[in-house]
Design a protein around this ligand. Sequence first.
Ligand code: F6P
Length: 323
Amino acid sequence: MKKIAVLTSGGDSPGMNAAIRAVVRSSVYNGVDVCGVFRGFSGLIEGDFKDLKVRSVANILGRGGTILKYDRCEEFRTVEGRKRAYENLISEGVEGLVVIGGNGTFTGALMFHEEHGFPVVGLPGTIDNDLAGTDNTIGFDTATNTAVEAVDKIRDTADSHNRLFFIEVMGRDSGFIALSTGIATGAIAVMTPETGTTVNDLINVLEKAHERKKSSSIVIVAEGDDNGGAYEIAKRVIEITDKYDVRITVLGHLQRGGSPTCADRVLASRLGVEAVESLLKGDVNCMIGVVNDKLVHTDFETAINNKKNTLKDEVRLAQILSI
Ligand code: F6P
């Protein structure tokens, strides 16, 4: 393999740049040329490629976001779009592709590989941590640390005013960020798609805390919770009782930015090097993750379709510690 390409796709996550850097540096180390594809699959279809050298990725290790950018691409969902992408890669002399992203990215990569037999490897880059085949995705650690820092600050004012705060964190389909944040900040309850907590359950928990004279309470809500987001849940609580002085904060895209933590930088670096070595060995059509501190390859289908973890242990932990 003489040349590989790397792209980022889907929502950005802190550490994506560290992964790009690792792909570029390990390619050069192995005597392989490397180019960046800008704007994800859109760039593949439009031939938006740029050769990357060792210095092209200097000083990006600690930067959030992605230097390769991202653009939602409907055309890559079509057979014709993927064919154009393939033709561009071939005319550019590219023989292997590294895609960094989440579920949607790997779904596209899998179709592309199946149609054209093109060697692709994926790296899990999403703050949501909802991919099977890796303990942590790139960006999850940073996003949860950002959320914890924000909740700690809200706790100060909540405590001063004896208030009940509903704080919404990201996680459209999963409660990984919510549960970690809830455990790390001593939340009274965590509402996620996995916990199945109803508003009545929540009221019971709040009542008990009230009887114990708890001064402030924090409820962490995953944006994808079945009861709705923080605004909806708070509204329903207020309709049932006026006992609490309620405030709401939605952390939103704050969680997607910022300088990656050490854990995310190291994870991204390990995965980036392994991606290049896998391509060179011909071990392709898979996502690379780290499980129990070991590099693990998981075929795209499993990474996309398998549920990672029911989060039962985390749910139990949050419940025990919130009394
Ligand atoms: O990065 C994943 C995620 O944070 C989800 O939890 C969230 O629903 C989504 O991205 C929102 O992304 P965007 O606003 O870019 O569509």
